[in-house]
Write a protein that binds this ligand. Sequence first.
Ligand SMILES: [Zn+2]
Length: 179
Amino acid sequence: MTSKVWITLVIVFLLHVGTSSSALCEELKTRYASVRYDDINLLQKFNDEIYLGRQLSQQLHQQKAFTIQDELHNKLNLIVEKVETVLDMFPAQLYVTIVLLPSSKEVQEVYLQKYGKRVNHVAYYSLSEKTIYLSVDDVNLKVLAHEIGHIVADHYFQVRPPYKIHELLAQFAEEHITD
Ligand SMILES: [Zn+2]
């Protein structure tokens, strides 16, 4: 085979790899977030792990949902709006990306790659990317409410408050999400 043929084969292969990996990345768009995931099972598990508690569940059951996507869409809207109520902060514009990762290992790998630091987070909110990275293995309503607390605070203040205040607000959202 001539070298030209080889180069063509390599390029075709790279194109193939490129398209197959991007085809894997799925997206669920909601009012406040774009949820990114590589595998429908991950989305299903995420939806299963987010049990809303009695009060929010009642509101959820009043809404139509035919698919997992519909149910998750409704849940995320309810959680964001509940966190806003708990914090008494209603930012005019709120939109983020939520990246679902299988376990804390992947969350920590992303963190290490971006910040060069080893951490033991199961989820974190990147202020610069407006993105939550979270481990579906470890997620529950409180973990999600905490990260959404960061989002609401981040979108509310025009001048970002000190990190400790941000963290206190997120903890408050986490504590009171089922009130
Ligand atoms: Zn936090």
